[in-house]
Design a protein around this ligand. Structure first.
Ligand SMILES: Cc1ncc(C[n+]2csc(CCOP(=O)(O)OP(=O)(O)O)c2C)c(N)n1
Length: 381
């Protein structure tokens, strides 16, 4: 029996809880997720990572009037549990059972049918524009992972939304992972933003130190203040989001419900497009998944105590493909492997281990992946 979860069936029930009860609820939801996914299989690690974030979103916003768009949608289990589908979660991945992704036919709380990544900001912007034309004032929120943010469509949508001046909230769920480790320049940018807090702290310490130095101390601090604006861009790369038209809030601890609610409440008073940068841990609360987030991204039924899958994995198409490609690459140096953030799903893990210089993970960017092969160079894969 669950002390809190048994009482919570929808966001209205959730809103009645105090912060301690919500923390207890987060614990109970994690146990429920583990119990369900270990039996039925499913996307575990991503959902464990968004428990507090989902609780905070449904505590602050008013779904279904406020529209929440989950990018990819594989991380919507907690949302489903909190929006009237707690019992149905037991039928996940069963014939006739609940979907593992948002489905408008399943619930009014699911604002869009998803599956492919990097679409949420476009969808949310469309909803925001429709809202404006209808003179309504509901909020529209896109929740997108740092992996999905590497997709071209997400960039196109940021470009459009940033200049739109309309009210749209992009919650960036940054766990440094796609299915496997996230790759590329955007993740590197996010890492720089994450260390911003360290910069702010050390900057204040330096200021305090120079303020105490007689005669030359204060002029140094004043001079630093003048040049601060120009170096800010270099040191604090969140200016990237601000420069393209977003108000940037964060980074915030994605496992602290109070902090999350504070920042989401604050965002409601800001006009125009907003990015809220939330730092989470994929697999949070289940140590085996925290240590192997890629294995527990999508998994078949498994033993909770050991994390071992119940069915021995058969040699599937992807594995056969991976082995054949290794075969070909051993014979021919011109053979390369290109993947759009799907090295596990396409059987290329072993290829990467054997031929790291001929393996290219380009991020969730299928169009780019298809075009990157060197038609006029020495390599054509
Ligand atoms: C266009 C497209 N390419 C690949 C996938 C497969 N896929 C599903 S989830 C995922 C990783 C998403 O990473 P992120 O957005 O950071 O979410 P996380 O799982 O880390 O929470 C990928 C590559 C997909 N759904 N859509």
């Amino acid at each position: 029996m669950n002390k809190i979860l048994d009482r919570v069936n929808n966001p209205e029930d959730l809103k009645k809880l105090n912060i301690e009860e919500k923390q207890e609820l987060a614990k109970e939801i994690r146990e429920y997720l583990l119990e369900t996914v270990s039996k039925n299989g499913g996307h575990l690690a991503s959902n464990l990572g968004v428990v507090e974030l989902t609780i905070a979103i449904h505590s602050v916003f008013n779904a279904p009037e406020d529209k929440i768009v989950w990018d990819v949608g594989h991380q919507s289990y907690v949302h489903k549990i909190l929006t009237g589908r707690k019992e149905q979660m037991k039928t996940l991945r069963k014939l006739g059972g609940i979907s593992g992704f948002p489905k408008t036919s399943e619930s009014e709380y699911d604002s869009f049918d998803t599956g492919h990544s990097s679409t949420s900001i476009s969808v949310a912007l469309g909803m925001a524009r429709a809202r404006d034309l209808l003179n309504k004032n509901n909020r529209v929120i896109a929740v997108i992972g740092d992996g999905s943010l590497t997709g071209g469509m997400a960039m196109e949508a940021l470009n459009d939304a940033g200049s739109s001046k309309t009210n749209i909230t992009v919650i960036l769920n940054d766990n440094e992972m796609s299915i496997s480790k996230n790759v590329g320049g955007i993740p590197a940018l996010l890492t720089k933003i994450r260390i911003k807090k360290t910069y702010k702290r050390s900057n204040n310490c330096i200021k305090r130190f120079f303020n105490k130095v007689p005669i030359i101390g204060k002029p140094i601090v004043n001079f630093a203040h003048v040049i601060k604006k120009s170096i800010k861009q270099v040191v604090i790369p969140n200016m990237y989001f601000e420069d393209i038209g977003f108000t940037y809030l964060g980074p915030v601890d994605g496992h602290n419900i109070q902090e999350l609610e504070n920042i989401l409440n604050k965002s409601q008073n800001i006009e125009g497009p907003i990015v809220i940068h939330v730092i989470t841990k994929k697999g949070k609360g289940y140590e085996i998944a925290e240590n192997n987030p890629d294995k527990f991204h999508g998994i078949s039924s498994f033993y909770i105590e050991t994390g071992e899958t119940k069915k021995a994995k058969e040699k599937d198409y992807s594995q056969q493909f991976g082995e054949k490609l290794i075969d070909l690459a051993t014979k021919d140096k011109k053979v390369v492997a290109i993947t759009a953030a799907m090295k596990d799903g396409t059987g290329l893990k072993e290829f990467e281990n054997k031929f790291s210089d001929r393996f290219f993970d380009v991020g969730i960017a299928e169009q780019h992946a298809v075009r990157i092969n060197c038609r006029n160079g020495i390599i054509r894969a």
